[in-house]
Design a protein around this ligand. Sequence first.
Ligand code: SF4
Length: 251
Amino acid sequence: MSANILMKRLPRSAASSTQRMLRVGGITPFSATDYPGKLAAVVFVQGCPWRCGYCHNPHLQPRLPGGPLDWTRIRNLLQRRVGLVDAVVFSGGEPTIDPCLANAIGEVRELGFKVGLHSGGIYPTRFNEILPMLDWVGFDIKAPFDHRYERITGVADSATAALDSAQAIISSNVDYEFRTTIHPALLDEDDIMALAQTLAAMGATSYALQVFRAQGCGSATLNAVPVTGYPSDDLVQRVAALFPEFILRRN
Ligand code: SF4
């Protein structure tokens, strides 16, 4: 989901006084697709150090110290959603980039919401800290945990952090879905199968393949490659057989 509803930016003077608050780039007050089986509000946190070509929220990649949205206003908005939505999902960008995430989660829990997180596991230490506060995690896994990660994120050794966080989820009692966005120019079917086998061997129980969507993607290179017939039915069946829960998403 893209951050399609933006709130008014703070004046610069006011923004400087909120540096110890979560830096938010947008909010979607109602979503039926960002937390399984629940209506949720989605809070989009600013900042991500990775540069995936298929990113649908590239405007959230920079951290903008002079221009965050006002967390206090967002929290008040969420308070008015009590009884209307079941959950609040922190998305991004990469929400674990923000040192104020745990406080924000705590405030949301006090309002009585379930709490979800969309993350690529980029900051394993913070990810481990907040994991016990969560009810559900939608965890993006980019590629097999080796040099192929960097091919997608543009950042050397990015697989290490993602693997640490993925292992933490499996070891926890938190519900989750591992999900991988797939594009034929980035992951061939051998790559996908290798990743699925690794996840299954780690003990993963829930996995989704999400076929690349050109809509909202700014990469002309990726958009130019057709995805018709990808992945093959044979591959989908072989991956599905590895997990108790599996879904293929096409849009
Ligand atoms: S990790 Fe997510 S937010 Fe960051 S660049 Fe990749 S797709 Fe975009």
